[in-house]
Design a protein around this ligand. Structure first.
Ligand SMILES: [Zn+2]
Length: 325
């Protein structure tokens, strides 16, 4: 668990505090995406629990490092909802309070990571408040949240806030190369520029979804696929990923319309298909279609209760009409 290069400034804040023996008792990690903050929290815990950290990273060889790696270090506690999307319950916070009130098993720090902190219900937040007001010595609480407004102000105000940002494009790209990620440009785009999420996408089925969608768009254009039956097929797909892929597809198509070249295309392997489609759709309709996709994407992000079948029917019927003109 090494610190990512673009997290070094945030890590330096913590390491300097450790050197001065002034480590805060609670940190609140805000911004960026969840995977990034979670990775940072894990790296901080691994380094601070390591017996012989090297250049501010865990040594990877000591007993504590082995325990952290095996997720069985007795002084590291993760508090998360029991199921995704559920609340963190007061009983979980009571267990946390009990843990921090005991002396650490290994004689060093005790670290508790709360993820996501805004998932605490009111009773849970109140139970945590006492610990934040009267912290036990040698305890570090790490709260993770991307929804600061959902955290009670009484909690947030008692934590040292650390902000996370998207890494610069070239740094993200270079890191993905070191991770041997294929189609890095496309995955980074899908991940909104966050490299860890892009790497995670590689193992998900995002690339097969991309193939299914793009071949479907091509087949509808050629008249080999009926928009209604494709709408039915799409019911099984993750709608957010699909719309994201469709946005990238439209961005490429518009770029191709303007430049007629391969350069700058994210889906450069679909170059020949863009050439074929761009001769069938007018620039005006391309822009209108990109707007339609964008509007539907925004509605989905706002979690409006949309009928997926109708949504896909609208998308694919309009697409077929535009590319058949
Ligand atoms: Zn170690």
């Amino acid at each position: 668990m090494t610190m990512l290069s673009w997290h070094i400034p945030q890590w330096n804040l913590i390491w300097e505090a450790v050197q001065k023996n002034r480590l805060p008792h609670a940190l609140l990690l805000l911004g960026a995406d969840d995977l990034e903050k979670k990775h940072f929290a894990e790296a901080v815990a691994a380094t601070l629990l390591c017996v012989t950290p090297k250049q501010a990273s865990p040594c990877g060889a000591c007993h504590a490092c082995h325990l952290v790696k095996a997720q069985s270090h007795p002084d590291l506690l993760w508090v998360e909802p029991l199921e995704t999307g559920q609340v963190i319950k007061v009983d979980q916070i009571r267990e946390l309070v009990l843990t921090v009130s005991e002396t650490s098993m290994q004689g060093g720090l005790k670290i508790v990571i709360l993820n996501p902190a805004h998932a605490m219900n009111i009773a849970a937040a109140n139970a945590l408040l006492k610990t934040l007001e009267e912290p036990s010595p040698n305890t570090l609480l790490i709260l993770i949240s991307d929804q600061r407004l959902r955290l009670p102000a009484t909690i947030a105000s008692r934590c040292q806030k650390i902000m996370f940002h998207k890494p610069p494009r070239e740094i993200a790209h270079a890191w993905l190369q070191t991770q041997h990620v294929q189609q890095a440009e496309l995955l980074l785009e899908l991940a909104n520029g966050f490299p860890l999420t892009a790497r995670a996408f590689q193992t998900d089925n995002i690339m097969s979804l991309r193939q299914e969608l793009y071949q479907g768009l091509h087949a509808m254009k050629s008249g080999h696929l009926d928009p209604l039956s494709f709408a039915a097929t799409c019911q099984a797909f993750d709608v957010v990923s699909l719309l994201k892929l469709l946005q990238i597809w439209m961005r490429d198509l518009l770029r191709f319309n303007l430049t007629h070249g391969k350069a700058g295309l994210i889906n450069s392997d679909y170059y020949a298909i863009f050439a074929e489609i761009s001769s069938a759709i007018s620039l005006k309709n391309s822009v209108k279609y990109a707007d339609l996709v964008q509007n539907i994407y925004i509605k989905i992000l706002h979690k409006l209760n949309l009928n997926k079948q109708l949504l896909f029917e609208e998308l694919w019927i309009t697409w077929t009409r535009y590319v058949s003109c």
